[in-house]
Design a protein around this ligand. Structure first.
Ligand SMILES: [Ca+2]
Length: 178
C-alpha cells in the first residue's frame, strides 16, 4: 500500500470508525483495529486533572509517526499529548533530565491526518486546543509529494512543527501513573 492510500484509509478510519479489510495492514502485524481492541485508550488513560502526573519514555529507536503510535501502545503507553501549559511544563521538566542531542526533535501525538488543518491528538477525536507552534507553522508543506500531517516537538525551543509522517524520528510515550 502506498502512503497516499494508507493515509486515506487511516483518515477514513478516524472519521468513520471503519476500515476496509484490504487496507487493514497498518503497523507490522497489527492493524489499527487490533490496537483499538487491545487498548481502547489511545489517548492517555486515566485522570486528566492537573493533579495527575505521568511517566514518560523515549524509546531507543526512531520510527515514523505511525510506528511511534504502535510502539507506545505496545508498551501500554500513548504517544505524548500536550494539552495545556501544565502538560508542557511537566514534559519540559522531564526532558531537562534526559540525554538527547541538542535541538533533537521528537514525535508528539498531534496530527491532521483526518482533516488537513484540524489537528487532533493521536487517534482520538480530541482536537488540539493548546498550541505551541513555531513561527510560520503548521505550514502543511509538500515534501517530495508528501504533505506534512504529523507534529514534531523541537526541543531547543519546545515549539511544534508539522512534518511528513514517514520521517523517522524518536518519539515520546506517556502513561498516567495511578
Ligand atoms: Ca512544517
Amino acid at each position: 500500500m502506498d502512503l497516499h492510500t494508507f493515509l486515506l484509509a487511516f483518515a477514513t478510519f478516524i472519521l468513520t470508525g471503519t476500515i476496509n479489510s484490504s487496507n487493514a495492514e497498518i503497523f507490522g502485524n497489527q492493524t489499527v483495529r487490533d490496537i483499538l481492541i487491545k487498548n481502547r485508550c489511545l489517548c492517555p488513560c486515566g485522570p486528566s486533572t492537573l493533579d495527575s502526573w505521568k511517566s514518560f519514555l523515549i524509546p531507543f529507536s526512531e520510527g515514523t509517526w505511525f510506528e511511534a503510535i504502535s510502539y507506545c501502545n505496545e508498551m501500554g503507553m500513548s504517544i505524548v499529548q500536550i494539552r495545556n501549559k501544565h502538560d508542557s511544563k511537566e514534559l519540559q521538566d522531564w526532558l531537562n533530565g534526559q540525554e538527547y542531542e541538542q535541538g533533537e526533535s521528537f514525535w508528539i501525538g498531534a496530527n491532521d491526518l483526518a482533516r488537513a488543518g484540524i489537528h487532533r491528538w493521536g487517534l482520538t477525536n480530541k482536537q488540539v486546543k493548546f498550541e505551541e507552534w513555531a513561527t510560520g507553522e503548521p505550514n502543511g508543506a509538500n515534501i517530495r509529494g508528501e504533505i506534512e500531517h504529523c507534529v514534531q516537538l523541537v526541543t531547543d525551543t519546545m515549539k511544534w512543527n508539522d512534518a511528513v509522517c514517514s520521517k523517522k524520528l524518536k518519539f515520546i510515550c506517556e502513561r498516567f501513573v495511578q
